[in-house]
Design a protein around this ligand. Structure first.
Ligand code: WQD
Length: 336
């Protein structure tokens, strides 16, 4: 299949692009490099043994999208492009709605005008907001506490309305839990700009000596050891989930939503210990007050994806840490 991948130079987008190429698909990557480096695409090509086609640009550029979708035989779109920092979204809501909601609307309008009707959308478990009952199933109540999560939920609702209005569309939202890890070659991985918001890239930078110590946000949660509990999923498993979803929804019109998680959960301390085992040294850390907006625990019930997509996350926390450490130690300053 010929697939347009927006945000294909990003962390999850690049690993998914690699797997699409390895599976024999033709890939056209669109990226504006606002949160990705050009070097990524060379590494994807190195690992895949062939280049993806590439256009530098923004999903909000309707004319560019129509040219890409109409002129190049695209049959499906995977939409990763967007802003994704929860804390930043609280301070810059308009930037998040412009990039994430307007960007998706621009893409959907161009797809409508060019007859491309299959979309796999990068959503997030953050749409479950303050849901209490674990594990989380796709029919759990949604509701979010920040503009980033709201932007994801708004796009999901746009997709549901579009699928209801026009049965020609195949529209799929994939709700990621906590993506971590890197390609086992050490050539592709997470390269956050500035201070990492997320746990594992921060731990990785402590391990490689770029950060002095991990701050653990809260030790008084009602969890196994008082620290926050999450469903960490290897980015390689996440990528295979995208290919499984694409195969499932293409030619299967309607609205589809799947959790992409392992169904297993780990505390912050468990992740820290696993990373220490992977890098072979103790990692400095200190306990500080809770981070605003954090929930105590969140993990997936992945049963729907397992049965409908015949997909299951296979990789362990140890493998997530080993692959992350190989990437970080081989690329102490990311792609720079
Ligand atoms: C995980 C745990 C923190 C950093 C967010 C978004 C979600 C998705 C993934 C985009 C929590 C603790 C973290 C640190 C810490 N992003 N922590 N010290 O908050 O579950 O999810 O990122 O799609 O949408 O909401 O991930 O990695 O930030 O936090 O103690 O320096 O690690 O309190 O318990 P989170 P996270």
């Amino acid at each position: 299949m010929r697939v347009l991948v927006t945000g294909g130079a990003g962390y999850i987008g690049s690993l998914t692009t690699l797997q699409l190429l390895q599976a024999g698909h033709e890939v056209l990557v669109l990226d504006n490099f606002s949160n990705a480096k050009p070097a990524v695409l060379g590494r994807v090509a190195q690992l895949a043994g062939r280049e993806p086609a590439f256009e530098q640009g923004d999903v909000r550029d309707g004319a560019l999208l129509r040219r890409l979708l109409a002129g190049q035989g695209v049959e499906a779109v995977m939409h990763f492009a967007g802003l994704k920092a929860v804390s930043e979204s609280v301070h810059k809501p308009l930037e998040y709605f412009d990039n994430n909601v307007q960007g998706s609307l621009s893409l959907l309008s161009a797809m409508r005008d060019t007859g491309v009707r299959t979309l796999v959308f990068s959503s997030s478990a953050t749409v479950y907001g303050l849901a209490e009952t674990m594990p989380l199933r796709e029919d759990a109540p949604t509701g979010t506490t920040n503009p980033y999560g709201r932007s994801k939920l708004m796009v999901e609702q746009m997709l549901q309305d579009l699928a209801a209005a026009d049965p020609a569309w195949s529209l799929c939202a994939l709700r990621y839990f906590n993506p971590v890890g890197a390609h086992p070659s050490g050539l592709l991985g997470e390269d956050p700009q500035g201070i990492p918001n997320n746990l594992m890239p921060f731990i990785a930078q402590v391990a490689v000596g770029r950060r002095a110590a991990l701050q653990i946000f809260g030790r008084d949660y009602p969890t196994v050891d008082g620290t926050g509990v999450r469903d960490y999923i290897h980015v390689q498993d996440l990528a295979t989930g995208h290919l499984a979803a694409l195969g499932h929804v293409h030619g299967r019109p309607g609205w589809h939503v799947f959790n992409l998680g392992t169904g297993r959960s780990h505390s912050v301390l468990e992740v820290l210990r696993a990373y220490e085992a992977a890098c072979g040294r103790a990692l400095a850390h200190e306990f500080v007050p809770r981070r605003g907006g954090d929930v105590a625990q969140s993990w997936a019930d992945p049963a729907r994806a397992e049965s409908a997509l015949n997909w299951r996350a296979e990789l362990s926390l140890a493998q997530m840490c080993e692959d992350s450490w190989r990437w970080q130690s081989q690329n102490p300053n990311g792609y720079d």
